[in-house]
Design a protein around this ligand. Structure first.
Ligand code: ME8
Length: 537
């Protein structure tokens, strides 16, 4: 048997100066959904996340906390592991840049670049923003009302003058442009691609890649007064995790180049300019794609510690549920755009899309089967055009989602799925199985079979987004563990008439309790009852 195709996906590694918030959860969630989708679709997946632990920003944060840098990093890194657990992320690895494997990898890459003449010693004199861990040209800065110079991100900059090694980035301008030209899908969405192209066309200067004014970093081989610039260290994590410097290792050969680096729009330049240039300079293939998603604000405001509006994913999970949080984040905003988080929107998605639409569909179908079909998958008769139309539209969803998720257009995939959920709810109303129960029981059995089969496929396909709830739904349809991948899509995995089904129970509860406490919330979605009326007939 031939080995499955691979899929290597990465999140940014997060700085350990901060508590994890929904911004971090968002990027990793998008990766988790793709990783789960690809596994279900038969790929051998490597999903990597981790923490970025060196550099001046972490050094300062550790000092402010009065702690040893490594102990500080150990502690904060744990919070990101806890986030991954709380969010049910299925990462295969969690890398920390303070690990031995990473030190080896970074120092090796450095030596390769130095041996190839891509790195030289000089002196840096210019502006640096610790918050962004980035160098800025004078022309990029603005002076605020307080007289302080600031980077485009709003971060304060300071003047830095110190001996430094440089990477010959300026020599890579034309080769980078040729690379972007040959790989139209390398940077997505296209707005970001245009931004990067114009930045590179504007000319590149050599990049300072070492610092001497502090020591919290990986020592430069042969010149340990220098520590590597934190971004060189950080980006290298993506190859460390697949075995670099052993480029002949099975992992490296199988998983590199990565299929996708998922990042936020704030760090596009590092991933699409510096990183491919460094890799090409070292004779390593660049990743296949970088997707930069948008920025979350909170109730219309920038999320910040000073405003006290940082949303902790754990708080949302407690309030609304894990899968509700996962669904909301990916559904609410077209992936790639900026989005605003509000409790009202969260309640509307939880109650509208999940409880009313998907939950109610599943619940009424399963309850009717439990009551009227001896608690077993009903035996269908011949299918009518309406039956075939519903089954056909459910069946078409996998191909649609392969395309949309493959382009990271989660919102479009989900929209297509919810259209089928809507169609299935209309079909229930039109077919009125509660009436057929009296007038035509065999037809009722067919209708309920068509619906159960539709729910099975909807549950299969939404597993990557809502693994827990859909798992319980598939349990209620008695779908065996080995029948839950996309290999069981369509007729091949269809429900077997006569299979006994467990007692149904709702999986998408309505958010009621604190609803009145949600500021400004009006009940925009119709109330539903916990046990739908149809089910009691
Ligand atoms: O930049 N909305 O780490 P970081 C959406 N260590 N996403 C957000 C967000 C928001 N409001 N805030 C943060 C670093 N993010 C480097 C990365 S990679 C080799 C090194 C997400 O802790 C988004 O993905 O500052 C952003 O790119 C990332 O967190 C920045 O995390």
């Amino acid at each position: 048997m031939s080995r499955p195709e691979t899929y290597y996906i990465t999140t940014p590694i997060y700085y350990v100066n901060d508590v994890p918030h929904i911004g971090h959860a968002y990027t990793s969630l998008a990766c988790d959904v793709l990783a789960r989708f690809m596994r279900l679709d038969g790929r051998e997946v490597r999903f990597l996340t981790g923490t970025d632990e060196h550099g001046q920003k972490v050094d300062k944060a550790a000092k402010a906390a009065g702690m040893d840098q490594k102990l500080f990093a150990d502690r904060v890194s744990e919070n990101f592991r806890a986030l991954a657990k709380a969010m049910n992320f299925s990462n295969d690895d969690f890398i920390r840049t303070t690990e031995e494997r990473h030190l080896r990898s970074c120092q090796h890459l450095w030596k390769v670049l130095a041996d190839r003449g891509e790195i030289y010693l000089g002196a840096y004199a210019g502006w640096y923003a610790v918050r962004d861990e980035a160098f800025y040209g004078e022309d990029e800065l603005a002076t605020g009302p307080d007289g302080k110079k600031r980077a485009p991100s709003g971060a304060e900059v300071e003047w830095v003058e110190e001996p430094s090694y440089f990477f010959r980035l300026s020599a890579w301008q034309e080769r980078l442009l040729a690379f972007y030209e040959s790989r139209p899908d390398f940077i997505a969405p296209s707005s970001r691609r245009n931004e990067v192209l114009s930045f590179v066309k504007g000319g590149l200067t050599d990049l300072s890649v070492s610092r001497t004014s502090f020591n919290w970093g990986i020592p430069v081989p042969g010149d340990p007064k220098h520590v590597m610039y934190v971004w060189i260290d950080a980006l290298t994590n993506y190859i460390t995790a697949v075995g670099y410097p052993d480029t002949e290792s099975a992992d490296f050969r199988r998983f590199w180049p990565a299929d996708l680096h998922m990042v936020g729009k704030d760090i596009v330049r590092f991933h699409t300019v510096y990183w491919p240039a460094m890799l090409m300079a070292a004779g390593i293939e660049p990743p296949k794609r970088v997707f930069a998603h948008g920025w979350w604000t909170i109730e219309g405001q920038k999320m910040s510690k000073s405003l006290g509006n940082v949303v902790a994913p754990q708080a949302l999970i407690e309030q609304y549920g894990l899968d509700q949080t996962r669904y909301f984040l990916l559904r609410e905003v077209p992936f790639g755009n900026d989005g605003d988080f509000s409790h009202r929107a969260m309640v509307n998605r939880t109650n509208g899309d999940l409880a009313n639409d998907f939950g109610n569909l599943a619940q009424r179908v399963l309850s009717m089967i439990a009551k009227n079909c001896d608690g077993a998958v009903p035996q269908p008769g011949p299918f009518t055009a309406a039956d075939q139309s519903l089954l056909g539209s459910a069946r078409a969803l996998l191909a649609k989602c392969r395309t949309e998720f493959g382009q990271q257009a989660f919102h479009r995939g989900l929209d297509a799925i919810w259209q089928v959920i809507g169609a299935a709810n209309r079909y229930v109303d039109e077919q009125a199985p509660w009436t057929l129960k009296k007038t035509d029981p065999p037809r009722m059995a067919t209708v309920l079979y068509v619906l159960a089969e539709t729910v099975r496929q909807l549950a299969l396909l939404t597993q990557p987004i809502m693994p827990d709830s859909t798992g319980r739904l598939l349990d209620q349809l008695a779908v065996p563990a080995d029948g839950r991948t996309f290999a069981s899509w369509g007729e091949g995995g269809a429900l077997e008439p006569g299979t006994p089904l467990p007692k149904p129970e709702g999986v998408f509860p309505r958010f009621v309790e604190a609803e009145s406490a949600v500021q400004g919330h009006e009940a925009t979605s119709p109330k539903i009852e916990v046990t739908p009326k149809d089910a009691r007939r």
